[in-house]
Design a protein around this ligand. Structure first.
Ligand code: PEP
Ligand code: MN
Length: 299
């Protein structure tokens, strides 16, 4: 349920209403916009008397939200969320360029790539230290050492770093990481999502290989419901019957996610297609359909 307050609503009365609703065991998400303040009610609202609330002089309107996702819902927060990473803004008209190698392999490699992507216009550096591999025999990443190398590359270039976390138990290693990525394979690792909701860092949440948009939004809801509002959604291709491409980049997800949610949406054309020459046209298409940024792998 959402309660839209009148533009000139008295602050003391607002606080009183919030306390009263909290007293009913509800969570209250307050969104202060330029033109209106919205209270998003989370929990069992079946006993809330809509007519009574609607009759208060500080209330403009009351509406039931039937969607299962609440905090991520645009109805709860009509303005775009802007995620800040140092000086870099993502969302609300700010376009982010994240680039870097799939895996961090050595200091020489990551510093070289970091300088090159900065030169090319990137404003964030990516690189995997923990790698979710299909085969246990493939390189699993440099883990903690990889994170240390990313920090060196950050020091050399000033670019904030984005890297994937796979397990709650690794969290202490990510203390000095700027953006924590949840990869496609972990999109529904609910324990991890809950834990990431308790840290005050931006989370880049990738859509699972075979997950719906509602499932993606519900995963973002896990993070937000635990208290972290800095979530960036990422479309990275889904599995279909496409034969010449690694995955199918679902670009229609971008405007749909923007309609459903206030969170920034970025696109990963690299994992979607798996083919370098497909990246430029897909990146341009992503920008054309309103993406708030790109994450691109660099060899
Ligand atoms: C990656 O970013 O290197 C990665 C493994 O991505 P995804 O989880 O989208 O496959
Ligand atoms: Mn990769």
């Amino acid at each position: 349920m959402i309660v839209v307050l009148r533009k000139d609503a008295n602050k003391a009365k607002q606080d009183q209403l919030i306390e009263w609703l909290k007293g009913m065991g509800l969570g209250i998400h307050v969104s202060v916009g330029e033109y209106q303040t919205i209270l998003g009610l989370i929990g069992d609202t079946s006993k809330v008397d809509m007519d009574l609330i609607g009759s208060l002089d500080i209330v403009d309107s009351v509406k039931r939200v039937t969607d299962t996702f609440k905090c991520v819902n645009r109805q709860f927060h009509p303005d775009d969320t802007v995620v800040n990473v140092g000086d870099v803004k993502i969302g609300g008209g700010n376009f982010a360029m994240i680039a870097g190698p799939c895996s961090v392999e050595s200091e020489e490699q990551i510093v070289f790539v970091a300088k090159a992507v900065k030169e090319a216009g990137a404003n964030l550096l990516r690189g995997g230290a923990f790698k979710p591999r299909t085969s246990p025999y493939d390189f699993q990443g440099l883990k903690g050492e990889g994170i240390e190398l990313l920090k060196i590359a950050r020091k050399e270039t000033g670019l904030p770093i984005v890297t994937e976390i796979m397990s709650v138990s690794d969290l202490p290693l990510f203390e000095d990481v700027d953006v924590l990525q949840v990869g496609a394979r972990n999109m529904q690792n609910f324990d991890l999502l809950k834990e990431l909701g308790r840290i005050g860092k931006p989370i880049l949440l990738k859509r699972g290989l075979a997950n719906t948009l509602k499932e993606l939004l519900m995963s973002a809801e896990y993070i937000m419901a635990s208290g972290n509002e800095q979530v960036i959604l990422c479309e990275r291709g889904i599995r279909t019957y496409s034969d010449y491409m690694r995955n199918t980049l679902d670009l229609s997800a971008v405007p749909m996610l923007h309609e459903l949610s206030h969170l920034p949406v970025i696109v990963d054309p690299s994992h979607a297609t798996g083919i370098a020459r497909m990246v430029p046209p897909m990146a341009l298409s992503a920008a054309a359909c309103g993406a708030d940024g790109l994450i691109i792998e660099v060899q």
